[in-house]
Ligand binder design. Structure first.
Ligand code: SF4
Ligand code: SF4
Length: 128
């Protein structure tokens, strides 16, 4: 099963093939392909390192190089959408999140992310 930390419910929607290393991108491509194209694909939401961190050069023994920042992204995502650890159907969950998301909320969650100005996150999540 794919494990995702909360803010990756958002990043997986904006992802367009760029990432931290070839290994990371190959893994992210495979994960995102399943999430986007396999109907009913389940995820386990986890408040720690996930299936994407597993292949990331910024992961050292389960701790992210930018732990404070990603913890804030995760915490805000959890708070805005009332999430808990456990199993979800990915496409159902992101549909529910996207229906509630506003550009101001996304900006608040993603503040400090280098991808924000150059990614499709806002367009794909907020529809604008
Ligand atoms: S802007 Fe950054 S943190 Fe926000 S969804 Fe996109 S990649 Fe993730
Ligand atoms: S280790 Fe950090 S940068 Fe890498 S995938 Fe995990 S949260 Fe993202």
């Amino acid at each position: 099963m794919i494990w995702l930390r909360p803010h990756y419910l958002l990043c997986t929607q904006g992802y367009s093939g760029k990432g931290y290393s070839t290994y990371f991108v190959d893994n992210m491509n495979a994960v995102v392909h399943r999430l986007r194209h396999v109907p009913g694909e389940k995820i386990r939401l986890t408040f720690g390192p996930d299936s994407l961190c597993a292949c990331c050069p910024h992961n050292t023994d389960g701790l992210c190089d930018t732990q404070d920042k990603v913890s804030r992204f995760d915490r805000k995502t959890v708070e805005y959408f009332g999430l808990h650890e456990g199993e979800y159907v990915y496409q159902d969950l992101i549909r529910a999140i996207d229906a509630q998301m506003t550009p101001a909320m996304l900006e608040d969650i993603c503040r400090g992310c280098a991808w924000y100005p150059v990614s499709a996150c806002k367009k794909n999540i907020c529809g604008k």
